[in-house]
Write a new protein. Sequence first.
Length: 255
Amino acid sequence: MTPPETTLEGLVTPAWVRRPTNLARAVTAELVQRIVRGVHPSGTALPPEPVLCETFSVSRTVVREAVKVLQEKGLVQVRQGAGTMVTPQSMWDMLDELVLAATIAEDDSLAILDDLVVTRRLLESDMAHVAARLAGQETLDRLRALVDRMDELVDDQVAYHDHDRAFHDVIMQASGNRIARGVVRSLESQVVNTARYMGRTQRSLCVASNRGHRHIYERIAARDPDGAAEAMFTHITEAWLVRRKGSGKVPRLQR
Protein backbone atom coordinates (compact mmCIF):
# COMPACT_ATOMS: atom_id res chain seq x y z
CA MET A 1 0.00 0.00 0.00
CA THR A 2 1.28 3.44 -0.86
CA PRO A 3 1.79 5.46 2.35
CA PRO A 4 -0.42 8.54 2.68
CA GLU A 5 1.07 11.93 1.91
CA THR A 6 0.22 15.35 3.27
CA THR A 7 -0.72 18.20 0.97
CA LEU A 8 0.50 21.75 1.41
CA GLU A 9 -2.81 22.54 3.17
CA GLY A 10 -2.22 19.78 5.73
CA LEU A 11 -4.76 17.28 4.39
CA VAL A 12 -3.75 13.64 4.15
CA THR A 13 -4.09 11.99 0.77
CA PRO A 14 -6.00 8.68 0.83
CA ALA A 15 -3.83 5.56 1.03
CA TRP A 16 -5.55 3.71 -1.82
CA VAL A 17 -3.91 0.44 -2.82
CA ARG A 18 -4.63 1.29 -6.45
CA ARG A 19 -6.38 4.19 -8.08
CA PRO A 20 -10.14 3.45 -7.90
CA THR A 21 -12.12 2.87 -11.06
CA ASN A 22 -14.98 5.06 -9.83
CA LEU A 23 -13.19 8.12 -8.48
CA ALA A 24 -16.31 10.01 -7.39
CA ARG A 25 -17.52 7.05 -5.35
CA ALA A 26 -14.10 6.61 -3.74
CA VAL A 27 -13.79 10.32 -2.89
CA THR A 28 -17.32 10.29 -1.46
CA ALA A 29 -16.55 7.29 0.78
CA GLU A 30 -13.32 8.90 2.01
CA LEU A 31 -15.04 12.20 2.78
CA VAL A 32 -17.86 10.42 4.61
CA GLN A 33 -15.31 8.75 6.86
CA ARG A 34 -13.44 12.01 7.46
CA ILE A 35 -16.63 13.88 8.34
CA VAL A 36 -17.80 11.15 10.73
CA ARG A 37 -14.33 10.97 12.34
CA GLY A 38 -14.41 14.72 12.89
CA VAL A 39 -11.58 15.59 10.53
CA HIS A 40 -14.11 18.02 9.09
CA PRO A 41 -16.35 18.84 12.10
CA SER A 42 -19.97 19.88 11.94
CA GLY A 43 -20.32 23.61 11.42
CA THR A 44 -17.06 23.96 9.51
CA ALA A 45 -16.49 24.22 5.79
CA LEU A 46 -15.02 21.48 3.66
CA PRO A 47 -11.74 22.50 2.02
CA PRO A 48 -12.32 24.40 -1.23
CA GLU A 49 -12.45 22.57 -4.55
CA PRO A 50 -8.79 23.18 -5.53
CA VAL A 51 -7.60 21.70 -2.24
CA LEU A 52 -9.83 18.64 -2.55
CA CYS A 53 -8.68 18.18 -6.14
CA GLU A 54 -5.05 18.22 -4.98
CA THR A 55 -5.73 15.97 -1.99
CA PHE A 56 -7.41 13.26 -4.04
CA SER A 57 -5.61 13.93 -7.34
CA VAL A 58 -8.93 14.24 -9.17
CA SER A 59 -10.69 16.77 -11.36
CA ARG A 60 -13.19 19.42 -10.26
CA THR A 61 -15.92 17.35 -11.91
CA VAL A 62 -15.18 14.41 -9.61
CA VAL A 63 -15.12 16.64 -6.52
CA ARG A 64 -18.42 18.27 -7.46
CA GLU A 65 -20.05 14.89 -8.00
CA ALA A 66 -18.80 13.70 -4.61
CA VAL A 67 -20.07 16.84 -2.88
CA LYS A 68 -23.47 16.37 -4.52
CA VAL A 69 -23.69 12.85 -3.09
CA LEU A 70 -22.65 14.13 0.34
CA GLN A 71 -25.55 16.58 0.14
CA GLU A 72 -27.93 13.73 -0.63
CA LYS A 73 -26.68 11.89 2.45
CA GLY A 74 -27.34 14.99 4.57
CA LEU A 75 -23.68 15.48 5.49
CA VAL A 76 -23.10 18.87 3.89
CA GLN A 77 -24.94 21.94 2.65
CA VAL A 78 -23.64 24.28 -0.04
CA ARG A 79 -24.10 27.88 1.10
CA GLN A 80 -23.59 30.83 -1.15
CA GLY A 81 -20.56 32.77 0.01
CA ALA A 82 -19.74 30.32 2.82
CA GLY A 83 -18.71 27.23 0.87
CA THR A 84 -19.68 23.63 1.56
CA MET A 85 -20.60 23.38 5.24
CA VAL A 86 -20.62 20.16 7.26
CA THR A 87 -24.06 19.70 8.82
CA PRO A 88 -24.95 18.65 12.40
CA GLN A 89 -25.17 14.90 13.02
CA SER A 90 -28.94 15.24 13.46
CA MET A 91 -29.21 15.89 9.72
CA TRP A 92 -27.21 12.85 8.58
CA ASP A 93 -29.00 9.99 6.83
CA MET A 94 -28.32 7.18 9.28
CA LEU A 95 -29.94 4.60 6.99
CA ASP A 96 -27.27 5.30 4.39
CA GLU A 97 -24.79 2.45 4.11
CA LEU A 98 -21.63 4.59 4.15
CA VAL A 99 -22.82 6.89 6.93
CA LEU A 100 -23.98 4.06 9.19
CA ALA A 101 -20.83 1.98 8.64
CA ALA A 102 -18.53 4.93 9.37
CA THR A 103 -20.53 5.90 12.46
CA ILE A 104 -20.45 2.37 13.86
CA ALA A 105 -16.70 2.15 13.27
CA GLU A 106 -16.11 5.36 15.22
CA ASP A 107 -18.51 4.67 18.10
CA ASP A 108 -16.57 3.05 20.94
CA SER A 109 -19.59 3.30 23.25
CA LEU A 110 -21.71 1.04 20.99
CA ALA A 111 -24.52 3.61 21.41
CA ILE A 112 -25.28 3.58 17.68
CA LEU A 113 -25.65 -0.21 17.75
CA ASP A 114 -27.90 0.12 20.81
CA ASP A 115 -30.06 2.51 18.80
CA LEU A 116 -30.07 0.09 15.87
CA VAL A 117 -31.22 -2.75 18.14
CA VAL A 118 -33.95 -0.56 19.68
CA THR A 119 -35.20 0.33 16.20
CA ARG A 120 -35.15 -3.29 15.08
CA ARG A 121 -36.86 -4.39 18.31
CA LEU A 122 -39.72 -1.91 17.95
CA LEU A 123 -40.36 -2.79 14.31
CA GLU A 124 -40.05 -6.57 14.71
CA SER A 125 -42.21 -6.61 17.85
CA ASP A 126 -44.96 -4.87 15.93
CA MET A 127 -44.56 -7.21 12.96
CA ALA A 128 -44.75 -10.24 15.29
CA HIS A 129 -47.96 -8.79 16.73
CA VAL A 130 -49.48 -8.57 13.25
CA ALA A 131 -48.13 -11.96 12.19
CA ALA A 132 -49.90 -13.61 15.13
CA ARG A 133 -53.17 -12.37 13.62
CA LEU A 134 -52.47 -12.93 9.94
CA ALA A 135 -50.08 -15.88 9.58
CA GLY A 136 -51.49 -18.82 7.64
CA GLN A 137 -50.75 -22.47 8.27
CA GLU A 138 -47.97 -22.52 5.70
CA THR A 139 -46.17 -19.75 7.60
CA LEU A 140 -46.64 -21.54 10.91
CA ASP A 141 -45.27 -24.75 9.43
CA ARG A 142 -42.27 -22.88 8.08
CA LEU A 143 -41.56 -21.26 11.45
CA ARG A 144 -41.86 -24.59 13.26
CA ALA A 145 -39.50 -26.24 10.76
CA LEU A 146 -36.93 -23.47 11.18
CA VAL A 147 -37.04 -23.65 14.98
CA ASP A 148 -36.67 -27.43 14.94
CA ARG A 149 -33.80 -27.22 12.45
CA MET A 150 -31.99 -24.58 14.53
CA ASP A 151 -32.05 -26.97 17.48
CA GLU A 152 -29.98 -29.30 15.29
CA LEU A 153 -27.59 -26.54 14.16
CA VAL A 154 -26.38 -25.16 17.49
CA ASP A 155 -22.90 -26.55 16.79
CA ASP A 156 -22.77 -24.94 13.35
CA GLN A 157 -22.90 -21.20 14.04
CA VAL A 158 -22.82 -20.14 10.38
CA ALA A 159 -25.76 -22.32 9.39
CA TYR A 160 -27.56 -21.44 12.62
CA HIS A 161 -27.37 -17.72 11.93
CA ASP A 162 -28.58 -18.23 8.36
CA HIS A 163 -31.66 -19.98 9.69
CA ASP A 164 -32.01 -17.38 12.44
CA ARG A 165 -32.27 -14.60 9.85
CA ALA A 166 -34.71 -16.70 7.81
CA PHE A 167 -36.93 -17.17 10.89
CA HIS A 168 -37.17 -13.43 11.50
CA ASP A 169 -37.76 -12.76 7.82
CA VAL A 170 -40.67 -15.21 7.63
CA ILE A 171 -42.35 -13.31 10.46
CA MET A 172 -41.70 -9.96 8.81
CA GLN A 173 -43.15 -11.20 5.53
CA ALA A 174 -46.19 -12.59 7.32
CA SER A 175 -46.89 -9.14 8.78
CA GLY A 176 -47.22 -7.68 5.29
CA ASN A 177 -45.35 -4.52 6.38
CA ARG A 178 -42.93 -4.08 3.50
CA ILE A 179 -41.58 -0.75 4.76
CA ALA A 180 -40.70 -2.04 8.22
CA ARG A 181 -39.21 -5.21 6.74
CA GLY A 182 -37.15 -3.14 4.32
CA VAL A 183 -35.75 -0.98 7.13
CA VAL A 184 -34.82 -3.97 9.28
CA ARG A 185 -33.24 -5.86 6.39
CA SER A 186 -31.27 -2.78 5.36
CA LEU A 187 -29.93 -2.22 8.86
CA GLU A 188 -29.14 -5.89 9.44
CA SER A 189 -27.35 -6.28 6.10
CA GLN A 190 -24.91 -3.55 7.08
CA VAL A 191 -23.92 -4.98 10.46
CA VAL A 192 -24.54 -8.73 10.32
CA ASN A 193 -20.91 -9.49 9.43
CA THR A 194 -19.32 -7.10 11.91
CA ALA A 195 -17.78 -8.47 15.09
CA ARG A 196 -19.02 -5.49 17.11
CA TYR A 197 -22.63 -6.40 16.34
CA MET A 198 -22.40 -10.20 16.30
CA GLY A 199 -20.31 -10.44 19.47
CA ARG A 200 -19.51 -13.86 20.87
CA THR A 201 -20.70 -16.96 19.04
CA GLN A 202 -20.83 -20.30 20.81
CA ARG A 203 -23.11 -23.29 21.30
CA SER A 204 -24.71 -22.18 24.58
CA LEU A 205 -25.67 -18.83 23.08
CA CYS A 206 -27.32 -20.52 20.10
CA VAL A 207 -29.25 -22.81 22.45
CA ALA A 208 -30.49 -19.85 24.49
CA SER A 209 -31.32 -17.89 21.36
CA ASN A 210 -33.45 -20.68 19.94
CA ARG A 211 -35.46 -20.93 23.14
CA GLY A 212 -36.47 -17.36 22.37
CA HIS A 213 -37.34 -18.29 18.79
CA ARG A 214 -39.49 -21.19 19.95
CA HIS A 215 -41.39 -18.97 22.37
CA ILE A 216 -42.06 -16.46 19.59
CA TYR A 217 -43.30 -19.24 17.31
CA GLU A 218 -45.55 -20.65 20.04
CA ARG A 219 -47.18 -17.27 20.68
CA ILE A 220 -47.76 -16.72 16.96
CA ALA A 221 -49.19 -20.23 16.55
CA ALA A 222 -51.45 -19.60 19.56
CA ARG A 223 -52.81 -16.46 17.84
CA ASP A 224 -51.58 -14.34 20.76
CA PRO A 225 -50.54 -10.96 19.28
CA ASP A 226 -49.52 -9.35 22.57
CA GLY A 227 -47.62 -12.45 23.62
CA ALA A 228 -45.85 -12.66 20.27
CA ALA A 229 -44.83 -9.00 20.46
CA GLU A 230 -43.53 -9.40 24.00
CA ALA A 231 -41.65 -12.59 23.10
CA MET A 232 -39.96 -10.83 20.17
CA PHE A 233 -39.15 -7.80 22.32
CA THR A 234 -37.56 -9.97 25.01
CA HIS A 235 -35.68 -12.16 22.53
CA ILE A 236 -34.05 -9.26 20.66
CA THR A 237 -33.19 -7.45 23.90
CA GLU A 238 -31.64 -10.46 25.62
CA ALA A 239 -29.75 -11.61 22.51
CA TRP A 240 -28.12 -8.19 22.10
CA LEU A 241 -27.25 -7.83 25.79
CA VAL A 242 -25.45 -11.17 25.64
CA ARG A 243 -23.61 -10.25 22.44
CA ARG A 244 -22.41 -6.89 23.74
CA LYS A 245 -21.46 -8.26 27.19
CA GLY A 246 -17.94 -7.38 28.23
CA SER A 247 -17.87 -3.97 26.59
CA GLY A 248 -18.18 -2.30 29.98
CA LYS A 249 -20.71 0.13 28.56
CA VAL A 250 -24.29 0.57 29.78
CA PRO A 251 -26.71 -0.11 26.89
CA ARG A 252 -29.51 2.31 26.04
CA LEU A 253 -32.28 -0.25 25.68
CA GLN A 254 -35.13 1.25 27.67
CA ARG A 255 -38.62 0.44 26.42
